[in-house]
Design a protein around this ligand. Sequence first.
Ligand code: NAI
Ligand code: MG
Length: 490
Amino acid sequence: MSQAVVAKPSKPAVCLTKLFINNEWVQPVEGGTFEAYDPATGDVIAEVAAGTAADVDLAAKAARKALETGPWAKMDAADRGNLLFKLAELIQRDSRELAELESLNCGKTITDSIGDLQGVVNTLRYYAGWADKIEGRTVPVRGNFLSYTLRQPVGVVGQIIPWNFPLLMLSWKLGPALACGNTVIMKPAEQTPLTALRIAELAMEAGFPAGVFNVINGFGETAGAAMCTHPEIDKIAFTGHVDTAKIIQRATSETLKRTSYELGGKSPNVVFADANIDDAVAGAFHAIYFHGGQCCTAGSRLFVEEKIRDEFVSKLAAKAKQRRVGNPLDANTEQGPQVSQEQMDKILGYVELGKKQGAKLVTGGERVGDKGFFVNPTIFDGVKDDMAIAKDEIFGPVVSVLPFKSFDEVLDRANRTNYGLAAAIWTKDIDKAHLYAKGVKAGTVWVNCYHIVDATTPFGGFKMSGHGRENGEAALELYTETKTVTVKLG
Ligand code: NAI
Ligand code: MG
């Protein structure tokens, strides 16, 4: 049996986890626990050790020591890359088991979890390759001096991740942080605390030295908040809600920590009448319903050119009605449950609000079954830009269809949001495509495709969708400090 998860004697069916600090499995100082659920049934699947400020303090000290004095501090960059590569190989080896655990706790379909695991492996391999390619420059400074730059780790990094892509978000943060030589304290979301613990086991098996990677499960308001104020933590990287980012921004201001944020969105997906309609229907469907809409990039504002609107909506609705919603571990299932009762209630609340504010419910809008947290694919037509369902991030399978007539009009309306994470356009007109890509305020723009995200391409938001870019070479900026060294010559 894994050391991360041991049977609890009083409840043999339920496991009790520990925290992972300094390559050891430890009980939380205050001894608290919380429950992890299977969102497909609502059943408790594990008792999870809840870290608090005292555990964050132990992890910060271990991470500081590893950063400054341990073998990690002296390790060749190439060897850091080799360790990351080894971790990627071990994840690949165990990817089926990891995917099943991800689906069990997060509710995403097994097909999607397998896809996520491939993304995790790709990301870690990509950053393994970067480890010995993070170079400074020589600078043609004035005077008789040699100036050059060194790129050094930021230090101890706290990484606070969400529940919608637990392992993929872990890899986006862990890969570049370790490639750059930082040490990490990872705080998974309280809804999905389990798979990060298996990664900790694999990191030990790969041979990462003690203190380089630590996992503290627990609540945002306790464990997460303690990370944001701890003086030994140099940076917080966060993915989650805008309001949480504001709290973190305030909490980290006292120690002026570096921060990077990947937040939500209300992404405009624009379909012109000259597009291949069937491709656009399939693309708009995937844009909103992938992982039950629990994606920061979900195409939740669907702008459809007025003259194709009726045809488009009826084709989209026909597909929505056929979607197989059910057990995420069944390979035939297309959509699993929402992650929690809280999320399901939030989504159904927005459905009621949409109806009350006068949008037309075309299909869906209901809970499926009376066990687990399932919501069927939902379409609202005739939505106005100022309705709550068109403005707020719902984070569920709910799309707002917004008709438009002209390019200038739709670009202007697409940009009328505080968010700016992603945007898409469906058209055969190359001028429209590039003008939209240039004019839309979003960190990612898709032309005739959606949700194409890769380890190699920068990802992040304009406006309130975040600070900084993850993935690609850009993420190295988030995890290095640049130092200028100037030497007097002669
Ligand atoms: P959240 O932002 O509260 O949680 C994300 C992470 O932040 C979790 O690990 C949580 O423990 C931590 N956290 C919460 N409060 C904190 C604090 N005061 N200090 C430090 N860490 C803290 O998001 P939540 O409540 O799970 O979901 C609410 C909504 O947020 C969703 O309905 C969705 O709209 C949005 N969201 C967006 C995500 C994205 O990918 N951009 C991911 C998850 C949620
Ligand atoms: Mg929250």
